[in-house]
Design a protein around this ligand. Structure first.
Ligand SMILES: Nc1nc2c(c(=O)[nH]1)N[C@H]1C(S)=C(S)[C@@H](COP(=O)(O)O)O[C@H]1N2
Ligand SMILES: [Mo]
Length: 322
């Protein structure tokens, strides 16, 4: 059978990924069809430089246990099968470790996710520094299946576990001056190779939302995925999921949440203001300057599907932008 692959120019995977890495991935994906998922894990396990211990990606995925799996909220579902977990866990954007998507899981292996504190500050009546486990215990947790659409035109269907950001916001009581939220990731160059070597990036990673966006029922603080706690490559122990926006808004490894009067700056907007805006809502009709956003490629099957306005979440979010 002839597998029809789209033209490279139709597969814009170029946030920064070098062409060579990109071509390799196409080869891996092709072999996946003939060899199966096991081979995919094997290829990733072997794809390490000399001196690194041999492990395969499945070892980076936590087992169910403790509070997981959580009950799934049937309100938030997607009419497509979940993305294969092994592939989701070995195809990550997390520049603190590397820009090579297939190697994030490997380079994040020794990253310490405990102890971990999250500082809530700025325009709030009750500023507080939470221990992550104390926070998880306090918040209303559930599982939701969301679409996840990267600005690079690939996507997946992911069962996240977590709590609505609105629950935390209510607890800290924003003042009347709070108009935006600013979120900041860790800065730990000794544990995150990309922060140490890629000094041209303005570390730590930072993102932001309007108060209305932060309070939206879809906005989820994520602590787990696929029925277990978050693997490091997905942003453990705490990351955001704002499914109607491009993936770069969903900041990983959060250590600080600040309520502000002014619109905060954001990492990708500072780096390339013509390419990545603050709002970053998924919109198939607004092309990226270097590629179309009309379609997206599911990372496991390779299927090209049409991209939906607000990533299919218009009923929840369109009202905020009228
Ligand atoms: N701290 C941090 N958060 C981040 C990124 C990053 O490089 N650093 N990449 C973003 C991008 S571009 C995407 S598409 C998603 C990827 O999440 P996933 O690897 O869990 O699929 O994380 C987002 N959050
Ligand atoms: Mo992304």
């Amino acid at each position: 059978m002839l597998i029809k692959l789209p033209q490279i120019s139709q597969l814009p995977e170029r946030l920064v990924t070098p062409e060579a890495v990109y071509m390799n991935r196409r080869k891996f994906l092709k072999s996946l069809g003939t060899l199966g998922i096991g081979a995919w894990a094997l290829v990733n396990g072997c794809n390490t430089s000399a001196g690194e211990q041999w492990t395969d990606v499945s070892q980076s995925i936590p087992k169910p246990g403790g509070i997981y799996p959580l009950a799934r909220n049937a309100k938030y579902t997607v009419d497509r099968p979940l993305t294969n977990e092994i592939i989701a866990a070995s195809y990550n954007n997390y520049y603190e470790f590397t820009t090579d998507k297939e190697r994030v899981w490997k380079l994040a292996e020794r990253f310490a996710t405990r102890p971990w504190q999250v500082e809530v500050a700025g325009e709030v009546a009750n500023p507080k520094t939470y221990d992550i486990d104390e926070l998880i215990k306090k918040m209303p947790l559930e599982e939701r299946v969301y679409r996840h659409r990267c600005v690079e035109a690939w996507s997946m269907i992911v069962p996240w576990s977590g709590f609505p950001l609105s629950a935390l916001i209510k607890e800290v009581e924003p003042t009347s001056h709070a108009k935006y939220l600013r979120m900041v990731s860790f800065y730990r160059p000794a544990q995150a190779a990309g922060q140490k070597t890629q000094t041209w990036y303005p570390w730590p990673y930072y993102e932001g939302l309007t108060m209305a966006e932060a309070m939206n029922e879809l906005t989820l603080m994520v602590t787990g995925v696929y029925g277990h706690e978050l693997p490091k490559q997905h942003g453990a122990p705490l990351r955001l999921a704002v499914p109607w926006k491009y993936g770069f808004k969903s900041i990983k490894g959060i250590v600080r949440i600040e309520f502000t009067r002014e619109q905060p700056k954001t990492f990708w907007n500072d780096l390339a203001p013509d390419e990545y805006d603050f709002r970053a809502n998924v919109n198939p009709k607004v092309p990226h300057p270097r590629w179309s956003q009309a379609r997206e490629r599911l990372i496991d099957t390779g299927e090209l599907i049409p991209t939906l306005l607000y990533n299919g979440y218009g009923e929840y979010v369109a009202g905020m932008y009228r």
